[in-house]
Design a protein around this ligand. Structure first.
Ligand SMILES: *[C@@H]1O[C@H](CO)[C@@H](O)[C@H](O)[C@H]1NC(C)=O
Ligand SMILES: *[C@@H]1O[C@H](CO)[C@@H](O)[C@H](O)[C@H]1NC(C)=O
Length: 340
């Protein structure tokens, strides 16, 4: 597989010299299958290369996008592909402790709610992508404003929290919309779980400093509830779960699994941190931690590369740091951070 990955990398550099929209779309789609076989670090670099390609093609420019939309052959799918790529790239960057590669200030691409589609199927993916973009944007802002300096600026925090709460309400609303068409129903279950994961990842970035300083355990509440949500979707305890998932498997199955496993890992790190901070608390949080490990053990069968994340959350004290993986290093550092 590595061979094909290397071939793909050469193709990408060729494409950077002679960029085409078709080439861009094909690569991004193919990459969604490759991601399951490469490390998180490589996924991050790949998404950066794709975004560079998108910039060369002017996909971050509203005028050019309008031209694409007017010209025959390219529909709103290209725009949605660009946005979803950008969102994944933001998630990968912030989860590695880095700033996103392009910030929203440098993107004038039309937002999903400005695009019109005729059918119910794409209405769902427009709503989904719209909220995903909003959350990715907040992730980037939280990272820039709260993580690049050592002191927490109260006013910045309050503004970010307000934005986060507004999107959060919209996510809850979308999750409550009624869907009575079979294909759409199963598709929406996956999308809503992804949206829940993005929401929680944003809250992890936002509230984590407050756990360390002992001001709030909001981040612990979020971690526990997302573990329950992911568990109920992936557990093998109910055989119907897996049967239904297989039956309605979508071509785009890699990202939801990656998002879920990363979210579970970070949730475990937060629970471990909580245990450190609240020494007298004992084993109270072990229930969710055990549920998360159960699902991670299953997901790691599909995603072999994530074994080292599992090692980190299973034996945080024994793991040897620094490791060659930035994700592990960033979170290991966060885990060892002392309260002021
Ligand atoms: C936007 O892009 C320009 C040119 O690449 C860069 O100088 C600038 O810092 C970027 N702005 C933001 C907000 O990312
Ligand atoms: C697109 O992104 C590039 C790189 O960040 C930036 O230089 C350029 O100004 C952006 N275009 C728009 C229309 O914001």
């Amino acid at each position: 597989m590595l061979k094909y990955y290397n071939v793909a990398k050469i193709l990408v550099s060729d494409l950077l010299l002679r960029p085409t929209i078709d080439g861009f779309c094909s690569l991004v789609l193919i990459a969604s299958f490759i991601t399951i076989m490469i490390s998180l670090e490589d996924q991050l670099s790949l998404s950066k290369i794709f975004l560079q390609l998108a910039v060369v093609l002017n996909l971050n420019n509203s005028k050019k996008c309008e031209e694409f939309l007017e010209s025959k052959g390219y529909g709103i799918d290209v725009i949605l592909l660009f946005w979803n790529l950008w969102c994944s790239s933001c998630m990968l960057a912030t989860i590695h402790g880095r700033s996103p590669f392009i910030t929203s200030q440098n993107i004038t691409t039309p937002l999903p709610y400005e695009l019109h589609s005729g059918n119910e199927n794409s209405a769902l993916s427009l709503d989904f992508t719209q909220l995903r973009i909003k959350l990715a944007e907040i992730q980037g802002m939280v990272f820039q404003q709260l993580y690049t300096s050592n002191t927490i600026n109260e006013l910045q925090f309050i503004n970010l929290e307000r934005e986060f709460e507004q999107v959060s309400i919209q996510v809850t609303r979308l999750k409550g919309s009624s869907i009575f068409e079979e294909h759409l129903f199963y598709r929406s279950r996956v999308s809503m779980l992804e949206l829940s994961c993005s929401r929680v990842q944003t809250s992890f970035l936002l509230y984590r400093p407050y756990l360390i300083s002992g001001k709030s355990v909001q981040v612990v509440t979020m971690a526990k509830s997302i573990i329950h949500e992911i568990w109920s979707y992936y557990t093998k305890k109910f055989s119907n779960n897996e049967k239904e998932r297989r039956k309605h498997l979508d071509w785009n199955f890699c990202y939801p699994i990656i998002t879920a496993s990363l979210t579970l890992c970070v949730s475990c790190i937060i629970l471990l941190k909580y245990k450190q901070v609240m020494r007298f608390h004992g084993d109270i949080e072990q229930f969710e931690y055990a549920l998360a490990l159960e699902i991670l053990q299953d997901l790691v069968q599909i995603l072999p590369i994530e074994q080292k994340l599992l090692d980190l959350v299973k034996a945080p004290v024994n793991s040897q740091w620094p490791s060659d993986d930035n994700f592990v290093n960033f979170w290991a550092l966060k885990l060892n951070e002392k309260s002021p």
